[in-house]
Write a protein that binds this ligand. Sequence first.
Ligand SMILES: [Mg+2]
Length: 357
Amino acid sequence: MDRHRGPGSEPPAAHPRCEPLGKRPIRFEPRPPRRAGARIGGSRLSERDLIAAFETLLRPRSERVLRWIGDDAAVVRARPLQVTSVDAMVDGVHFRLDHPRVGPADVGHRALAAALSDLAAMAADPGEAYVALGVPPGFGGEAVLALVGAMEALAARTGTTMAGGDLVAAPVLTIAVTVVGWADDERDLVGRDGARPGDVVGVTGPLGASAAGLAVLEGRARGPDALVRAHLRPEPRLAAGRALARAGAGALVDVSDGLATDAHHLAARSGVRIVLDLDALPLAEGVAEVADTLGVPPWALAAGGGEDFELCACLPEAAARKTGLAIVGRVGDGPAALELSSGGRRVDLAGYEHRLA
Ligand SMILES: [Mg+2]
């Protein structure tokens, strides 16, 4: 979970995807009563039909899940440690459903993948997912089933059970995913605060594909379909997270906001100085060409673009080499800071970030 902090710690920087609520009063109004036969999104499928369809579509994947869809609440046999993360996505903010290349299945997949990526970054075993879906007018039952079907496909691949949720009418498509992961021992989990001077910084795979794919989707550049797919269908690196924990990673984060931002989180929480070598960042195929079109260096997409959902780890160099990580930086003594270098010179990413948007 991105927004947890311990007592006495500095408040984290505002999440770049969120607008502050400011001083506007928040009013909670009773929601209208729902009828089981109510139509969803104006389609021929009622809410009752959809819930029946979910029971056919979804499968439990753990003997721990004792009660789920069909009961008033899910009942899960707990392991010693529960790891919980919440991720919400809203049409027009985190995706554009009106784009011809973006479908309900893409949106469902991406929402669950982003939530599971936080469990990967804690090195937890995935357990259950709970989904609250706000469905707008015109988003029919078939679209709901396509969205949930794509979630279930990813859940099946990752051993996750879609154990419950809620379905409500909403002005725009809204998906809030709560994922619960498990561990038997606190030492099996990895936070952001364990980077040590002398560690190296490594990433689990190529970067920049998601930002480049978004530029292709938005018509700002041309590039291979694989980039668009990387943006729409990211894969949470759950196995890699657990392998890095076993290899001795002291700090771990998923690359959701961009490597520079996420590595800064590691530096801040660990109280260390991290130096990233931008020329060492592994690039996905086609990223350099898209960067050229946008008029930015490739590392601007790799370090400044978010949502690649690779993992970034700090660990001793010998361990990093065994895990096959791409080594992209080093950890030094505090105070906490992030330094970026290219061609042996210090670089400020901020000058390029506005050109990515
Ligand atoms: Mg995260």
